[in-house]
Design a protein around this ligand. Structure first.
Ligand code: SF4
Length: 197
């Protein structure tokens, strides 16, 4: 019996799995989650080595802190029917002289708009780090990441910009205590609203 055709989003995700659009120092392994009913979209940077090895997004200390900020359990966070995870680069970009390389520039223009077209129920998009903010906020991001995050209310209800929850950003978090005192409570409220029935 011939195989049944995949639904359109599954077909797109299968195309992404087979993507070889950029040259990487290793076999590409796109890590992305999307579903037609997703309410919350998380746009991060690119998988790190540990995520590349497991294929599970945010399965690292950065993910642990992000889930604390969002006040979501792992089960809630990984419920792909509600939470879509679409980084600026889907594959681990490899290491440079100063840590992981930035997300591949080819990736977001190639795939994001096509993926988002299948997610009409999205209520809130978290923009994590400067790459996601530059791409989605176009000319409206502020001159520094701290200023963009501090102005988060200007981008609601559609977007909420965040710093990267990487352990390497602990110094930034200590330097900007208003983030955990003021932005995180507002973030939790917005996430609760986005995921409510
Ligand atoms: S990073 Fe994006 S564009 Fe490059 S191979 Fe992976 S899925 Fe394709």
């Amino acid at each position: 019996m011939p195989a049944l055709p995949l639904p359109p989003l599954d077909r797109l995700l299968a195309d992404i799995s087979n993507c070889r659009a950029c040259t990487l120092p290793h076999e590409p392994r796109p890590v992305v989650r999307a579903s037609v009913g997703a309410r919350l979209l998380i746009v991060g940077q690119a998988p790190g080595r540990r995520v590349h090895e497991t294929g599970i997004p945010w399965n690292d200390p950065s993910g642990d802190l992000l889930r604390t900020w969002l006040q979501l359990t792992r089960e809630q966070f990984y419920d792909a029917s509600r939470v879509a995870i679409v980084p600026m680069g889907f594959c681990y970009p490899g290491k440079g002289a100063h840590g992981d390389l930035p997300p591949r520039r080819e990736c977001a223009p190639l795939w994001h708009a096509r993926l988002l077209a299948f997610m009409p129920e999205l209520r809130l998009t978290l923009l994590i780090g400067r790459h996601a903010q530059a791409y989605y906020l176009k000319g409206t991001s502020r001159s520094t990441l701290a200023d963009t995050v501090a102005a988060y209310a200007d981008y609601l209800p559609r977007f909420l910009p965040l710093p990267h929850p990487s352990p390497r950003n602990r110094f930034w978090l200590r330097q900007h205590p208003w983030f955990e005192a003021e932005v995180v409570p507002a973030l939790r409220q917005q996430v609760t609203l986005a995921l409510a029935d």
